[in-house]
Design a protein around this ligand. Structure first.
Ligand SMILES: [Zn+2]
Length: 512
């Protein structure tokens, strides 16, 4: 180890549900039990990867960072550029050059600005990796490396160095044993020998890859979790041996959880049957002109609908149509005006996106989460994933609840399970505070306004720590939906949301 200073090594397990740790991941379970851990660590809506990572890597929620879905339609851009798909580096570059993508300074920007380093080694898609540190080529000593696509490594000098040793990286197979192992190999054979950066991200793509492919409880996904645990154990052994006493803070986390696909429903076909002309974002990207349709649809479970002519009449007609469908779960629209705190959005009977902190000018006119059941974690979606596999994006507790545990000299020496609610923005805010990135008078604006996780720091704030829960509901005719939120230290967190009333869809009930 080079000189003793405060650094972070953050090990991410994409899509890991906290309730899957005990059975398959003994090293991780052991570390968590000896660390500060949060019982209510919560992903943000929609509970998708490309939405939650910018929160982890900026300290802002989606309403501010602007990545409002894994994929979305930007009606302000010409058709050929209008479809954003986060897994594609090319799409990221197109939208970045069309006026900026992430609308706030990121962790990588702040570290670079302060002369510190962020190094990302990730086994998600190359686009997902890119979004963890989109400007890694702007700062000396930074790194953005997808182990499945080393042609896209930033900056060029790092690309050459890593490719001379590992070529193009490893192909993504399911389970992603090779990607998981390569992350640990690069950490031990490349990062440690040259000297650890200020913040190092080791982001394992499992169990998310295998959960989507096989299901969260499938044997292959158990094997994926076990391999992720073995890779983590290598890092943990090193940390116990030398990292811990040299200022390294070790963090384990996940970005969101998973529900289970129990039934398919083709919402696009249904809307077409009702007389709407619908094109998907992908169809427009492939050359179908947007003027040929009434609605652009993007997504398959939590999905966005952009009307060509979003008049109140059209919006109401579309709402009525959606509310007639049993398989539709929740409906959202943009707030009535910019600072509106009303729970109803500008489409009567739907929740304002501001209630779940996802309102943004890029957002859809109506956002839909297909029907799901919080008591079973089962959900309805289109045909893009098989029945029995895992998916996420809605407000099921199984999708929202995520993993966070931290240990190291910057945190107090009495690790405990914290019951205070916490989110990715709070975590990022806390990391930035510990590293002194926000206290500087030159700090990049705007500053995040998230909650410092003082319950784990050396000097807890001693604030009043009452957690107050509320349930808000909205109803239009027979269509009713609810959202449960908690308030803590002037911050608000969403813990569950769904369509209210008895779910009549048999496939979503227990015993299927
Ligand atoms: Zn994810």
């Amino acid at each position: 180890m080079n000189e003793k200073k405060t650094r972070f090594v953050i090990v991410g397990f994409d899509g890991l549900r906290p309730d899957s740790v005990k059975k398959d991941m003994p090293a991780l379970a052991g570390f968590i039990s000896r660390s500060h851990r949060w019982k209510n660590y919560l992903a943000t809506f929609p509970t998708e990867t490309y939405v939650n990572h910018p929160s982890i890597f900026s300290g802002f929620r989606p309403n501010r960072h602007g990545i409002i879905a894994n994929a979305y339609y930007d009606r302000s851009l010409p058709d050929a550029q209008s479809f954003f798909v986060g897994s594609s580096v090319q799409s990221i570059l197109t939208h970045e050059s069309a006026g900026g993508l992430i609308e706030v300074p990121t962790l990588g920007d702040r570290l670079g600005h302060a002369g510190k380093t962020l190094r990302v080694i990730c086994a998600n898609s190359s686009g997902s990796t890119r979004l963890q540190h989109i400007h890694a080529d702007r700062f000396d000593g930074h790194l953005n490396c997808c182990v499945h696509d080393m042609d896209h490594i930033l900056p060029a000098s790092e690309r050459e160095a890593l490719q001379s040793r590992w070529g193009k990286g490893v192909e993504l197979k399911f389970p992603d044993f090779e990607g998981t192992n390569l992350i640990a190999d690069i950490f031990f054979e490349y990062e440690l020998p040259r000297g650890l950066g200020d913040v190092t991200i080791l982001w394992i793509g499992e169990p998310d890859h295998s959960s989507h492919e096989f299901g969260i409880h499938a044997e292959q996904t158990c094997q994926a979790r076990k391999a992720a645990d073995a890779a983590f154990k290598r890092v943990l052994d090193w940390w116990n041996r030398e990292g811990k006493d040299n200022g390294v803070q070790l963090v384990v986390m996940s970005d969101h959880g998973h529900g289970t696909v129990a039934m398919h429903y083709d919402l696009k076909a249904k809307l077409c049957e009702e007389g709407w002309k619908v094109l998907t974002g992908r169809e427009i990207a492939a050359g179908r002109p947007s003027e040929d349709c009434d609605i652009v649809m993007v997504g398959d479970y939590t999905l966005g609908l952009w009307l060509r002519q979003p008049t109140q009449e059209n919006l109401t007609r579309l709402r009525d149509c959606l509310m007639q469908i049993d398989e539709v779960g929740m409906l959202f629209s943009q707030p009535k005006n910019k600072d509106s705190t009303e729970i109803e959005g500008n489409v009567p009977g739907t929740f304002s996106e501001a209630v779940v902190f996802s309102e943004n000018s890029r957002g859809p006119d109506i956002r839909v989460t297909m029907r799901n059941n919080p008591s079973t974690g089962k959900l309805v979606m289109g045909h893009s994933l098989e029945i029995g596999t895992g998916n996420h994006g809605g407000l099921l507790p199984q999708e929202i609840h995520s993993l966070l545990a931290v240990n190291g000299s910057a945190f107090n020496s009495n690790p405990a399970e914290h019951t205070e609610p916490a989110g990715h923005d709070d975590f990022a805010f806390t990391v930035m505070n510990v590293l002194g990135l926000l206290q500087d008078t030159n700090a990049l604006e705007p500053l995040p306004q998230a909650r410092l996780l003082s319950e784990a720091l050396t000097s807890p704030s001693g604030q009043d720590d009452r957690v107050e829960e509320e349930t808000i509901t909205i109803r239009e005719g027979f269509f009713e939906q609810y959202i449960r939120r908690v308030h803590y230290q002037n911050h608000c967190y969403v813990i569950e949301g769904a369509r209210a009333g008895d779910c009549t869809i048999y496939a979503l009930k227990e015993g299927n």
